[in-house]
Write a protein that binds this ligand. Structure first.
Ligand code: SF4
Length: 165
């Protein structure tokens, strides 16, 4: 039985992008490691390693945490943002964990991809939204089979396409 505590940021990102992808990932069916995007992602991860903050807490694996005037700022870097909404929800998930788990009072998030910068704040409305999403993810992952494949444009660049198409 999969529980909400096992949810990590990548799963939130996948859930917003494609529910089938989220189910496959949560069931340890991993995408094609030779996929161009996956390979590029690994290289990016190595480059930014020196900036990583290691938190021995829950499923927090964001790129950077800094203390700004009056608040903490979580920064997440993406090599590309095929789905900005998914990136924002992943970041919101980290803010949620920091607020609920570490009880940090004022936390903001910043998502950077190339020249694009998206700000995410931990408002009550946003926190309630991510709470609902986590409940839905738990339900999805506990389904015995993956949701059916339905073609969408993003499938063409998805590392899981060999499983689906
Ligand atoms: S190929 Fe399409 S349906 Fe399959 S996991 Fe990727 S995005 Fe989802």
């Amino acid at each position: 039985m999969f529980s909400k505590d096992q949810i990590a940021g990548t799963l939130v990102n996948y859930y917003i992008t494609c529910k089938r992808e989220a189910w496959l990932y949560a069931h340890h069916i991993y995408p094609d490691q030779e996929d161009e995007n996956m390979a590029l992602g690994r290289v990016m991860a190595e480059i930014k390693e020196q900036n990583l903050q290691d938190f021995a807490f829950a499923n927090l694996k964001f790129d950077k945490l800094s203390k700004e005037r009056g608040h903490y700022l979580v920064t997440e870097y993406k090599k590309s943002l095929k789905n900005p909404e998914a990136g924002k929800m992943q970041l919101l998930f980290y803010l949620y964990l920091l607020k609920i788990g570490l009880r940090l009072k004022d936390v903001k998030g910043r998502l950077i991809s190339g020249k694009s910068v998206f700000l995410v704040d931990a408002s009550e409305e946003n926190l309630n939204m991510i709470k609902e999403i986590l409940i839905d993810i738990e339900k999805l992952v506990n389904m015995p089979t993956a949701p059916k494949f339905e073609y969408k444009k993003i499938c063409d660049n998805c590392a899981y396409r060999n499983y689906c198409m």
